[in-house]
Ligand binder design. Sequence first.
Ligand code: PMP
Ligand code: GLN
Length: 382
Amino acid sequence: MKELSQKVSSFKDSIFATISREAVENQAVNLGQGFPDFPGPQWIIDILKSTYHYEENASQQYAPFAGVLALRESVSRQYLNKYSIGYSPEDEITIVNGATEGIFCTCLALLNPLDEVIVLEPFYDSYKSSIELAGAKAIASTINLPDLSIDFDHLEKCVSSKTKMLILNNPHNPTGKVFTLEELSKISILAQKHDLYVLSDEVYEFLTFDERAHLPLAGIKEMKERVITISSVGKTFGMTGMKIGWVCANEKISHAIRLVHQFNTFSVHHPSQVAFAKVIDQSDYYLQQFKETYQQKRDFFFSGLQKAGFSPLKSEGTYFMMCSIPNGLDDVTFCRELIKSKKVASIPPSSFYLNSDQGKKYIRFCFAKKDETLSLALKNLS
Ligand code: PMP
Ligand code: GLN
């Protein structure tokens, strides 16, 4: 038999899939992969149910390939009302199968073989794979632990004549970092100086804690034209299985992204798009509560970990918490030990790094779980 494509030869099962499997095998409390273990809000389920009355509506057939217009309009209104950023629903917003497809289509649409893309490590694993599937190369600069600082001199040294794009994730998975205006301004200056595109993955935009505001990169002066903003419904509405996301970018970039999307998945689940157009328009009150609920979970889990003798980093945003490893083991070994002996699954973050060893000293917990689940995990850990 002939060889498989070289493109996938270095790919493995993701760490999320691996840990979820080991959690099931060991009957461990799963604080690994990022998803809630409780159902989404009833008001959203009601909207979904009414939209799934297939005999009563026309959404049984393919949706328009750029996405249902009503959803693009809701997304556009959201950017305008929340952040004063204007995106045209017709030309600048494309609906995709979750942020992951948006990241993939953006990489394919913008990158040529041998281009370089700067990623801030630790990074969501799909960045490197999407960059490589486009034939390009990821170059990493590190977000330092535990202070979450960025060495901007190093970041600039990563730029070469081949650099075409930088990928930012804010709020940041897995560290829980929320970027300040000063940091975003520095990234903007760098992008403008070196004429870089910036893919800004903002899927945790509504999970910022302690009065921190989410600042979309496209809202920074003169950045909108070079920023590709990506978000999705999965995290915001506690329904990661919905897989509806969007990519917002200027008309030229959006057109290129739509061309890739057209020959990839080409169309996203139609009735769910109709439903989420309504959900987004009605979400203001929910989003406030959502933030408060998750901040309570963060506080509960943070103090519980401390009482159990761990040293967690208090997340500024997202539903993840990094925690340093108390006994000198590396992250993969420690994670396996926790799954087997304490029946608690977490994610070893070293696979989210290209350069630094810092990730070997930490594990990542997901606290998007019922209070009973978090209590059980804490009991097991203490
Ligand atoms: N970006 C980040 C930083 C993530 O953590 C995730 C995981 N949910 C995604 C993108 C993927 O989002 P989606 O489920 O919408 O594809
Ligand atoms: N983003 C999720 C996490 O960080 C995982 C999504 C996936 O499995 N690819 O846990």
